[in-house]
Design a protein around this ligand. Structure first.
Ligand code: URA
Length: 240
């Protein structure tokens, strides 16, 4: 027996949180009956419908995607802008992004139809490190860099300690390139951190997600994660 929201999430229909919303709003039926109770347990033989469509079990799939700039981290966009799933036109599984990168941020983004995995990878409790390369305006001083390392005050609270390294700077162009590793995922966190020290981000790319890198992928490319990589990611959760 499994909880209904978990089964829906694992079928790739929605994240677990979205699945809970679907249940609470009466969109889910089990054996023909609307179920509103979030903790409801179901067995494999139960017939589940979401929005009138029978749930089909999908095999979980996991991809590493190099998100280009100018793409929304979503499965659809009301304004008709390009979304990350547009890059998987042949795929029959209903995948969604694991967390988000801003429209203007490029770099590594995991994609899957496994809602449970998504919840685990994005939960701040598990401290998954994410490394960014940021081109910023001006040249941050040692003191400003130390501020980022210690934590800066944003409107939704202090940021946790971060690893920060100056990679290069250009006095003539008045810009610098820094590497920053964080394990939180506040909205637009990297951009807001640099803004907080007076050096707005000009360009942002995520280079690493845990131990995964972009290798030799180009923007728009993707590859499947190996079963071993998926296992290693799950191990981070168990040990986290
Ligand atoms: N921080 C940001 O500011 N933007 C991203 O896309 C990711 C992290």
């Amino acid at each position: 027996m499994e909880r209904l929201q978990k089964v829906i999430a694992q079928a790739g229909v929605a994240s677990r949180r979205k699945a809970e919303e679907l249940i609470a709003s009466g969109k889910v039926k089990v054996n023909g009956q609307v179920v509103l109770e979030l903790g409801t347990k179901v067995k494999p033989s139960d017939q589940i419908e979401v929005n009138g469509i029978p749930l089909e079990k999908e095999e979980p799939v996991y991809f590493l995607f190099y998100k280009p700039r100018g793409v929304i981290s979503s499965v659809k966009d009301d304004k008709g802008r390009k979304v990350v799933t547009d890059f998987f036109p042949e795929l029959k599984e209903r995948i969604f992004p694991v967390g988000r990168l801003d429209y203007d941020t490029s770099g590594i983004l995991l994609m899957t139809n496994d809602g449970e995995f998504t919840n685990q990878m994005t939960h701040p409790r598990y401290h998954i490190p994410k490394t960014y390369i940021a081109k910023v305006k001006g040249i941050p001083s040692k003191t400003e860099i130390a501020q980022l390392q210690k934590g800066v005050k944003l409107e939704d609270g202090m940021t946790a300690p971060a690893k920060v390294k100056m990679l290069s700077f250009d006095k003539r162009k008045n810009s610098s390139i820094l590497e920053l590793t964080i394990h939180e995922g506040k909205n637009r966190q990297v951009r807001r951190m640099f803004e907080a020290i007076g050096h707005p981000v000009l360009k942002l790319k995520r280079e690493r997600f845990a131990f995964l890198t972009l290798d030799d992928l180009s923007p728009g490319d993707s590859r499947e994660l190996t079963p071993h990589e998926v296992k290693q990611l799950r191990n981070l959760i168990q040990n986290g």
